[in-house]
Design a protein around this ligand. Sequence first.
Ligand code: PBG
Length: 326
Amino acid sequence: MAFPIRRPRRLRSGVAIRNMVRENQVNVADLIYPLFVCEGQGIKTEVVSMPGVYNLSLDMFLLELEQVVAWQIPAVLLFGIPATKDCVGSGAYAADGIVQKAVRAAKDAYPELYVITDVCLCEYTDHGHCGIVQEGDVLNDPSLALLVKTAVSHAQAGADMVAPSDMMDGRVAAIREGLDEAGLTNVPIMAYSAKYASAFYGPFRDAADSTPKFGDRRSYQMDPANGNEALLETALDIGEGADIVMVKPGLAFMDLVRKIKDEFRLPTAVYNVSGEYAMVKAAAANGWIDEKRIVMEIMTGFKRAGADLILTYHALDVAKWLKDEK
Ligand code: PBG
């Protein structure tokens, strides 16, 4: 029997050659680090289901940013936890809302840090839904006006980019128009385009205290069974002016990262969400997996799938591990 002429193992024989032919690499410049800011002073409360992730008052938030900047993570994504909530989520678009204050503080202290804000109402509404509710229904068009107000107030506070995560129809167009009318034509929109109604957001809702008080998000977030619909949602967002599109969650939706990257060729982000983080942390805490290798494999998988940007709670660790390797 003739020996095979092609022997892929030749290029795996040592560290140098493996490094030379490696197809995909995670860079610190790909990372976006999500952070939760809250009112108060001296607060750094760990989220029980997300070890290493905290609710941070502004003073502690600035200390965390010192780390972010020191490890050369280029961008953060801010979520706000307001002191009080109401049925129209007024904390989301208040000039002195928690995110608006955090953006100002961050840009003051670290002008070079790229500050992105999550635009949604669910952390600010007492019912926990991402829009206005009437008789148990989440109303689409009336919610748009409030999302626009939120995005504009974030950008006016100094946010470099806004990221609508609500999944109302037409929100990207509405926000684009609102930003432009306010003279904020250079503020890009990163749209949560293919955002699924996922069980993987469980720990986030502990962190942000945003679990819906009734029903669920299936009337606005996508059915995990649908792939074609993700392409439609993404095409709509791009048509409405999205500059960057996103797939969320990541691990169970890698096929869509690849499809969306191939189809649209736009900067594509993937959100490595709270439940994905919690699973890795829990297994690692039990000594069942090698946390560093698992996390780097996940990050590399996102890159291989076509992601340009990775939103991840592991960002600080990944930045450190990348430095270690150099
Ligand atoms: C707000 C929002 C959520 C997440 C990001 N933005 C929660 C949700 O839609 O229920 C989830 C992030 C995560 O799980 O890490 N709508």
